[in-house]
Design a protein around this ligand. Structure first.
Ligand code: NCD
Length: 306
């Protein structure tokens, strides 16, 4: 039995297999329609979510499985003081696999230690979000045809954005990857990511504040929302919230084959006028998120479809 707490829980070869499986699912949906008959997925969401929870549920339902769970801490026994460990021990009696989101960093790891079913980290505070990273990787590989040799611009809240942390962790394992980290000084990537991930792996990167200057260099622009819920005070959030707004004028500075990704939800960091640009890939990314979660559920349950 294995859990997925960080993108590094898979080797590069395993990731390739998982993305291949997701591609096969995309092109042969009917083959997988009953792959999870009789299986149950639990979604334990202690923090708000639309896409991640519903894409997990959709993934399981599209393979014939069933789902149960809760979508807020207040509607679960957490409100009565139950620990994550106790909840996970119990959920192991109700389901075959679970996806869990929690506001505290490390909660999924703690939960996985008490569980006797595979636990998937669907976001733990400002730490990691491995299944968003799988979604991002499938999107990039499908639309660009490769995961190596490219310049990835990460823009916005790089301090609290867990999708950014997981994506950096995963992509440093591919040759020829360079990062342009675009953020205000206050929202730069955490020191541990800079030192233990980028510098430790000898990855070329630059930290800049100007999106305009970065634009022409980028093969991928990964926009992120300023993570209001992780700020210590509202004033600081208000000062930061409009730090970058991607609009048509900025898009004009980008390469013709650049892709714009965003884990969503967006607030105002991508103007709606950009949605019709062929380089805007964030809604296609949502569809890839279902295929990759289908592939992940099959892999963790050890189900092979001929
Ligand atoms: C992200 C998250 O929850 O970290 N959303 C998602 O899962 N697609 C990004 C965000 O909330 O800004």
């Amino acid at each position: 039995m294995r859990h997925v707490i960080s993108p590094l829980d898979f080797t590069v070869e395993e990731l390739d297999q998982l993305l291949d499986l997701a591609n096969d699912i995309e092109h042969h949906r009917e083959k997988y329609a009953h792959a999870c008959d009789g299986k149950i997925l639990a979604t334990l969401f202690y923090e708000p979510s639309t896409r991640t929870r519903l894409s997990f549920e959709s993934a399981m339902l599209r393979m014939g499985g069933k789902v149960l769970g809760f979508s807020s801490a207040s509607s679960s026994s957490a409100a009565k003081g139950e620990s994550v460990s106790d909840t996970l021990r119990m959920i192991s009696c109700y389901a075959d696999i679970c996806a869990m989101r929690h506001p505290k960093e490390g909660a999924a790891l703690v939960g996985s230690m008490a569980a006797s079913i595979p636990v998937i980290n669907a976001g733990d505070g400002g730490h990691q979000h491995p299944t968003q990273t799988l979604t991002d990787m499938l999107t990039i590989r499908s639309l660009k045809g490769r995961l190596d040799n490219m310049t990835i611009g990460l823009c916005g809240d790089l301090k609290f954005g867990r999708t950014v942390h997981s994506l950096i962790n995963a992509m440093v394992r591919y040759p020829g990857i360079r990062f342009v980290l675009i953020s205000p000084k206050e929202l730069r990537i955490p020191d541990y990511t800079r030192e233990n991930v980028l510098e430790a792996n000898g990855i070329p990167y630059e930290e800049v504040t100007s999106l305009d200057e970065a634009m022409p260099k980028l093969d991928i622009l990964y926009m992120t929302r300023v993570q209001r819920e992780r700020f210590f005070n509202e004033e600081e959030y208000i000062r930061m919230k409009d730090c970058y707004i991607l609009d048509k004028a900025k898009m004009a500075l980008g390469k013709e084959d650049m892709l714009v990704l965003h884990p969503l939800p967006r607030v105002n960091e991508i103007s709606v006028e950009v949605d019709s640009d062929p380089r805007a890939a964030y809604f296609r990314q949502v569809q890839f998120g279902v295929y990759v979660r289908m592939a992940l559920i099959l892999t963790l349950l050890g189900i092979q479809v001929q």
